[in-house]
Design a protein around this ligand. Sequence first.
Ligand SMILES: [Zn+2]
Length: 584
Amino acid sequence: MLQPITYTLRFPAPATHYVEVEAVVPTDGRDHIELTLAAWTPGSYLIREYARHLECVEARSTAGERRRVEKTRKNRWRLECGGVEALVVRYRVYGRELTVRTNFISEEFALLNGAPTFLTRADAPARPHDVRIEMPDCWRESVTQMPAAGAGPHHYRAADYDALVDAPIVLGNPALYAFESAGCQHVLANVGENGVWDGPRSARDLAAIVREQIAFWGGAPYERYVFLNLITEATGGLEHLASTVLMTSRWKSRTRKGYLEWLGLASHELFHAWNVKRLRPVELGPFDYEAENHTRGLWVAEGITTYYGDLVVHRAGLSTRGEYLDQLSGEIQELQAAPGRFVQSLEDASFDAWIKHYRPDENSPNTAVSYYTKGAVVAFLLDIEVQRASEGARTLDDVMRTAYARYAGDRGYTGSQFRALVSEVAGADLAPWISRAVDSTGELDYGPALEWLGLRFRVDPPSPDQPQKGWLGAVTRNDAGRLLVTQVRRDTPAAAAGLNVDDEIVAVDEHRVRPDGWDGRMEAYRPGDRATILVARRERLTRLEATLGAEPRAAWRLEPLHTATEQQRARLARWLTADAVFGG
Ligand SMILES: [Zn+2]
């Protein structure tokens, strides 16, 4: 075994958001070694240039003699060894970006991710990486999935660099909840409960989700799993080998909808412990941490995971049937409202995650689909398609379990292997169906799935007392008292009138309109009315002629048919409970 790299982390002044790193790096007898810092974090597909937060790299022999350090690339340093067995490398890292993939250091708590924190040997990362934390007085706990190195508290060992990057660390004074499921330990670390978040309830409900997922897959792929739940008013979630970082508003625990969203997020990230961390597209490993790693497989890795995230919450008994159908309807509504669904296919959305999904701008809804949203909707339709093709004998659950048995681990699956496996499990050729849903920009057909389950999209008749008002279709915001256009969707009256993003709407038909008065003003107009919109564009007044339209009514709300047959009711119940699906 190669000698480990051993890091010591110090926090002399956490309020300044710095961690000081001292790394003892074996030289393996080389004249020079090169150190690298990752440019991105797996699971979050964007080059983030973590090296911009790294300062003052210096190297010495263990006796304290300075060694030459030369920067060779944006994220690499070449170190002269001078005949020693190990170099002591010191640097510091600034962390004040509160996201699931970056570092955040404060007096209250710290989140350390591996990719932005640890320099490693560019040529030999397959060695143990030890982490020793010198805890400042303000923190009691360090929590991570990394196993203890056995030499006192706050000392951990990652088997290699990949494991180090896959094991974020939370430092501070979190509330800790432990529970066992299928013989495996689970820990929920809540940072920032502050008397608002109901810790015991969240741990109880997570335990139900864990049980449901372990039953789904037929076993747990880890011995210990850690939920790092940062209740910090930030948002996001990121999956790791045997842990996840979740970020949430503390008030989400106080509303039913918000709490279900948090449960869905936790369920989604846990599902990744199987789907993507172990059963992965072949392109997603071994990682190149310095460049983009393109894959067309995120519709499986993220879309199918998004589908099961909420579905498993329902199957675990934590949401009602109506609540689950509303969540699924929300995904369908979001997809069907995005003009970009006619521009970008699901596979292309996956491939371009690095330049599109993670770099959204004001035109994104016109030009892109989310592989989360369309992926989840396609997963739902594919699930029902598998059930239809197999006459109720198989489901997407069976596809995922078979895929896991066949491709999990170092092997990975290619796109065509996954597609072939779907047809194999369904017992019918679903390749044309998948190709249309995943490779093309054609509209999805909901009819067969709704027919199979006895569902329909509810259409509310227009209210006779409330005549339809005018609709421009621009997305606006109140910018310190100015009504500012933030998005112009394709095929809306706003687009036809030539409204631009960043236009300030000043008046309609020569009458001043203020940000809080827009909706009221549109009540004075009817679809089909013409109106002159006065805008300030780059500080110059411009008049635009608009023909107002009618706001498209949401027609994507799923509900069971009153006239559903016994067979349809039984299929619906079995889909939602994951009991064995019956024939016919
Ligand atoms: Zn995900």
